[in-house]
Design a protein around this ligand. Structure first.
Ligand code: PEP
Ligand code: MG
Length: 839
C-alpha cells in the first residue's frame, strides 16, 4: 500500500467535513473526509478501484481503491428519502473503474428543491487503516482535481496484508420483509459479540461492525437488499455462514406481526378539518372520557466537563450495571410482550458502539453523563435519518435508555410513578415505554400521541393492558390546553375536543354500561362454568409467562389449556436445560394452584423462530420444519423437555400437548419416548397426551389420531391459515382469514365428532375460542373446553352461563351450511339475542 491522491468526484466548492449539516457526517461517525458543494451533476471515480456497493436509492456509492482504501461518496444529505428519484447510475456493484469514470448523474435542480442539502461528503470509511495527510478544502475544484492525500497508518500494511490474504466475504440477500431492524440486529449483535474476532457488514455504501446492534440498524438494510459479510480466516468463514443462517432464519411476520395486526391502523392520520375532531391511527381500542394532560418531561441537565477519565469511566460502568440489573429483574417478571421490549433495552445498554462512543468522549475529558447522552443522541439521529418508520420507532427505546442511564449516573431514583390528574388523557408528541409504565394506571383514561406508530412498543404495551390509545394524530394534539374535556374514541379513531354536554352524556352512558357489565362478569368468574342447561364447560387460559398465569387465575381461569413453552425461552441463545425448564413449569403449575396445566412441547419454526435453534433456510417456513416436526428433527431437545414436564409436582397436574400433528406415527414416536423417560425416572403415574388439531390433515384423520391420544385441542390460528391457504400474518388478507369460514367449521365439526366417537375430550385453544360470537357454535359442535386470552375469561363465562346446548346445536348446524364466513357472522349476529336465556 502506498500514499494515494484522491481526486474530486464532483465539481464544486470543497469544505471541511465538520461543516456538514448532519451530525452523522460532521462528527465523523462514518470516517474522516471532506465535503463538496456541487456545481456539476456528474459523480466520477476519485481513483482507480472497484465499486463495492451502491445504496438501493442510488444516492451513495462506495469505491475501494487499489491500495485498499474505501471511499464513500454520498450525494447530498437526506437524499435516501428521494428513493432513487433524480439519480441515474452508470455502474453496477463490482464494476472496475478508473479515476474520472462516470459513476452517477443526478438532477441538480431536483435535489436542490427536495433534499435537505446538496453537500456531498467524500469519506474514507476505513480510517483504522488510512489517514488523511492533506485535504484541499475551502476552494473551488473541478471534478478530477486533487482533493485528498491519504496514506496507510503505520503498521497497517503488514497487518492488512495478512488479513487481506485471509479475508473471506459472502454476499447475502436479506429476504426478511422488514430488513434488519431492531430485533434481528440484536440477534446478530449477540452472536457477533461472542466471537473473538471482528466481522464486517457492508450495505448501502457503508460498513458496520455487527457487534453493535445500533450500528447494524443504522445501515438501513431493507428487505430485498444484498449485503456483504466479511471476516478473516477459516473461523471467519464459519462465522459468516452462521450470520447467513441467522439472516435467513429471521422472524417472518410471526407473533410480532400478529400483535401488530391487532392494532393495525384503520384510519390514516389526516389534517383535521374540524379542530374539535382530531383523527389518528388506532393503537388500542376503547372509549374514554377525560381531561387533557400534556406530558412534558424535563430534560435532565448534565455537566459537560468530566472529573477525570478514570472516575467518569467507572461511573459509566456503574450506571450501566445498575440499569442492566434492574432490567434483568424486570424481564424475569414481565409478560411476553413487555419482556421483548426490556430485552431490546438490555441489548442497547451493552451496545458495543454506543459504549465505545461514550468512552471516546470520556477520554476527551467529558463527563460520563454528557458522553452517554451524546453517544445515544448521535445514534438516534443516524437512525432517524434512515427514514424507515420501523427503525424510527426504535429511536424511542434508545432515548428511553439514555434517560435511564442518566438517572442512574446522577444518583436519581428512577421514576416509579409520574403524577397525573384523575381520568387523564395523556397528550404527548410521543411516549417512551418507561414513561408508559410510570403512569398511574388508576388515573389513566387514555393516550393520544401526535407522533408514534401503531407498532411502537408503547402502542403494544397499551393494547396489552387495554388503555385506549390513538397515535399519529398530528400536531393539533399539542395545541390542546391542559384540563380540556376530551372524548377519546379509539373504536372510531377520533379525539373529540371540548365535546358538548349531549356528547359527553352519551359517551358516559356507553362507558358506564360496559363497566357495569365487566365488573359483574369478573365477580362471577371465579365460579365453575356451566351452560344455562347445566353442561360443564371448562374455561381455561392460554399462557406464555408466569405473570400471565397469576393474572389468569384472578380472571377466573379454571386451568391452562395451552402453555406456549416457546414463549418462555424466546430470548435464549442456548437451549434451557432440564432443571431450568422444570423450574419454569413448576412456577406456573404453582401459580395455577392445582388447576390443570397443559404444556405444549416447543412449537418452533414457521412464524416462531428461536435463537438457540437456527433452522435451515426454507422456501416456505410455514410449510417446513414446525412444531412436532422440529422436535422430532432434534429429539434431544424434546427428550429434555419431556423429562422436565414429567417431574412437575403434583403428578397428574400436567398434561402434554403436541403441536402440528399430521399423522398418527408422530404421536406414537412421542408416546414411546414418554414411556422410556417414565421408566428412566421411575414415574408410575401416567401422563395424558393430547394432539393439536391445527392442520387439515389432522382434522381429516382425527378418528385415527383419537385412538392414540387422550384429548384434542383445536388450534384455529393455524387450521385457518392452512385450510384457506392464507398466511396468518398477512396484513392484506387479515380481514378474510376468518376462522368462522364454513370450511374451517366443518373441520372442527369432524374433529368434534371423532372425539365424541372415541370418548376423547375436545378442546379449542386457537383464537376462535376467544371470540364471543363464535362460542355458541363451538358449544353446539360439542366442544367442552375453551382455552382463551385471560382477559376474555369473565365475559366468556358469563356468556356461556346464558346459553343452552339445545339452542346452540341447531345453530351450529345452520352455520356449517353457510357459504362464507360473512354469512356465518350475519347468522350469528341475527340470532345472538334469541340464543341467550335470562337467568
Ligand atoms: C393455533 O394455531 O391456533 C394455536 C393455538 O397455536 P399457535 O397460535 O401458538 O400457533
Ligand atoms: Mg398453531
Amino acid at each position: 500500500m502506498s500514499r494515494l491522491t484522491l481526486s474530486s468526484p464532483l465539481s464544486g466548492w470543497s469544505a471541511p467535513l465538520d461543516e456538514a449539516p448532519d451530525a452523522v457526517f460532521a462528527q465523523k461517525m462514518l470516517g474522516d473526509g471532506v465535503l463538496i458543494d456541487p456545481t456539476g451533476n456528474q459523480l466520477v471515480a476519485p481513483c482507480d478501484g472497484e465499486v463495492v456497493s451502491i445504496a438501493a436509492s442510488h444516492h451513495a456509492i462506495a469505491v475501494r481503491a487499489t491500495n485498499g482504501a474505501e471511499i464513500l461518496l454520498h450525494v447530498g444529505i437526506d437524499t435516501v428519502a428521494l428513493a432513487g428519484k433524480g439519480f441515474e447510475l452508470h455502474v453496477a456493484p463490482g464494476a472496475k473503474v478508473c479515476k474520472g469514470d462516470r459513476l452517477l448523474t443526478f438532477d441538480l435542480a431536483l435535489l436542490a428543491r427536495e433534499a435537505t442539502s446538496l453537500v456531498t461528503p467524500v469519506i474514507v470509511t476505513n480510517g483504522d487503516r488510512f489517514e488523511i495527510v492533506r485535504a484541499h478544502t475551502d476552494c473551488e475544484l473541478m471534478a478530477g482535481d486533487a482533493l485528498l492525500e491519504i496514506q496507510p497508518l503505520a503498521g497497517a500494511d503488514a497487518k492488512q496484508a495478512t488479513a487481506e490474504a485471509e479475508r473471506v466475504s459472502e454476499k447475502i440477500r436479506v429476504d426478511h420483509e422488514h430488513g434488519i431492524h431492531a430485533r434481528p440486529a440484536a440477534l446478530i449483535a449477540n452472536y457477533a459479540k461472542a466471537l473473538p474476532f471482528d466481522l464486517e457488514v457492508i450495505a448501502n455504501g457503508r460498513s458496520a461492525n455487527p457487534r453493535s446492534a445500533v450500528a447494524l440498524m443504522s445501515l438501513g438494510i431493507r428487505g430485498g437488499d444484498e449485503i456483504i459479510v466479511a471476516a478473516s480466516g477459516a473461523e471467519g468463514a464459519a462465522a459468516i455462514a452462521e450470520v447467513r443462517r441467522l439472516i435467513h432464519g429471521l422472524e417472518g411476520p410471526g407473533p410480532a406481526k400478529a400483535k401488530h395486526a391487532e392494532i393495525r391502523p384503520i384510519a390514516a392520520a389526516s389534517a383535521p378539518t374540524d379542530p374539535s375532531r382530531i383523527k389518528g391511527v388506532i393503537a388500542s381500542r376503547g372509549l374514554a372520557i377525560g381531561t387533557a394532560f400534556y406530558l412534558r418531561e424535563a430534560e435532565i441537565a448534565v455537566v459537560e466537563a468530566g472529573a477525570g477519565v478514570a472516575h467518569e469511566s467507572a461511573e459509566l460502568e456503574r450506571a450501566r450495571g445498575e440499569v442492566r440489573q434492574r432490567l434483568q429483574a424486570l424481564a424475569k417478571e414481565a409478560a411476553a410482550t413487555a419482556r421483548e421490549i426490556i430485552t431490546a433495552h438490555l441489548e442497547f445498554v451493552d451496545d458495543w458502539e454506543l459504549v465505545a462512543a461514550a468512552r471516546r468522549s470520556i477520554a476527551h475529558g467529558k463527563s460520563a453523563a454528557f458522553s452517554w447522552r451524546r453517544a445515544v443522541r448521535d445514534s438516534a439521529d443516524a437512525l432517524k435519518a434512515l427514514g424507515d418508520p420501523r427503525i424510527a420507532e426504535r429511536v424511542d427505546d434508545l432515548l428511553d435508555l439514555e434517560r435511564q442511564v442518566l438517572v442512574a449516573l446522577l444518583g436519581q431514583t428512577p421514576t416509579t410513578q409520574i403524577e397525573i390528574p384523575d381520568r387523564a388523557v395523556i397528550l404527548a408528541e410521543d411516549l417512551k415505554p418507561s414513561q408508559f409504565v410510570s403512569l398511574d394506571a388508576r388515573k389513566l383514561a387514555g393516550i393520544c400521541l401526535a407522533a408514534g406508530g401503531p407498532t411502537s412498543h408503547v402502542s403494544i404495551l397499551a393494547a396489552a393492558v387495554g388503555v385506549p390509545t390513538l397515535v399519529a394524530a398530528g400536531p393539533a394534539v399539542l395545541g390542546i390546553e391542559d384540563g380540556t374535556a376530551l372524548i377519546l374514541d379509539t373504536e372510531q379513531g377520533v379525539l373529540r375536543v371540548a365535546p358538548d354536554q349531549g356528547e359527553l352524556a352519551s359517551a358516559e352512558r356507553t362507558i358506564a354500561a360496559r363497566r357495569q357489565r365487566q365488573s359483574a362478569e369478573r365477580s362471577a368468574a371465579q365460579n365453575l362454568c356451566r351452560t344455562a342447561d347445566g353442561k360443564r364447560i371448562e374455561v381455561f387460559a392460554n399462557l406464555g409467562s408466569l405473570g400471565e398465569a397469576t393474572h389468569a387465575v384472578a380472571q377466573g381461569a379454571e386451568g391452562c389449556g395451552l402453555l406456549r413453552t416457546e414463549f418462555l425461552f424466546l430470548e435464549r441463545e442456548q437451549a434451557p436445560d432440564e432443571r431450568e425448564q422444570l423450574r419454569r413449569y413448576q412456577e406456573i403449575a404453582d401459580a395455577l394452584a392445582g388447576r390443570p396445566l397443559i404444556i405444549r412441547t416447543l412449537d418452533i419454526g414457521g412464524d416462531k423462530p428461536i435463537p438457540y435453534l437456527p433452522l435451515p433456510a426454507e422456501e416456505n417456513p410455514a410449510l417446513g420444519l414446525r412444531g412436532i416436526r422440529t422436535s422430532l428433527w432434534q429429539p434431544d431437545l424434546l427428550r429434555v423437555q419431556l423429562r422436565a414436564l414429567l417431574q412437575v409436582q403434583p403428578a397428574g397436574q400436567c398434561r402434554v400437548l403436541l403441536p402440528m400433528i399430521t399423522d398418527v406415527a408422530e404421536v406414537r414416536i412421542v408416546r414411546k419416548l414418554i414411556d422410556e423417560i417414565r421408566r428412566e425416572l421411575g414415574i408410575t403415574t401416567t401422563l395424558q397426551v393430547g394432539a393439536m388439531i391445527e392442520t387439515p390433515a389432522s382434522a381429516a384423520i382425527a378418528d385415527q389420531i383419537a385412538r392414540e391420544v387422550d384429548f384434542f385441542s383445536i388450534g384455529t390460528n393455524d387450521l385457518t391459515q392452512y385450510t384457506l391457504a392464507m398466511d396468518r400474518g398477512h396484513a392484506d388478507l387479515a380481514a378474510r382469514i376468518d376462522a368462522l369460514h364454513p370450511a374451517v367449521l366443518r373441520l372442527i365439526a369432524m374433529t368434534a365428532e371423532a372425539g365424541a366417537r372415541h370418548n376423547r375430550l375436545v378442546a379449542m385453544c386457537g383464537g376462535l375460542a376467544s371470540d364471543p360470537a363464535a362460542v355458541p357454535v363451538l358449544l353446539g359442535l360439542g366442544l367442552t373446553e375453551l382455552s382463551v386470552v385471560p382477559s376474555m375469561i369473565p365475559q366468556l363465562k358469563h356468556l356461556i352461563g346464558h346459553l343452552t346446548l339445545d339452542a346452540c346445536r341447531p345453530l351450529a348446524q345452520r352455520a356449517l351450511a353457510q357459504e362464507s364466513a360473512e354469512a356465518v357472522r350475519s347468522l350469528l349476529a341475527e340470532t345472538s339475542n334469541e340464543l341467550k336465556v335470562a337467568l
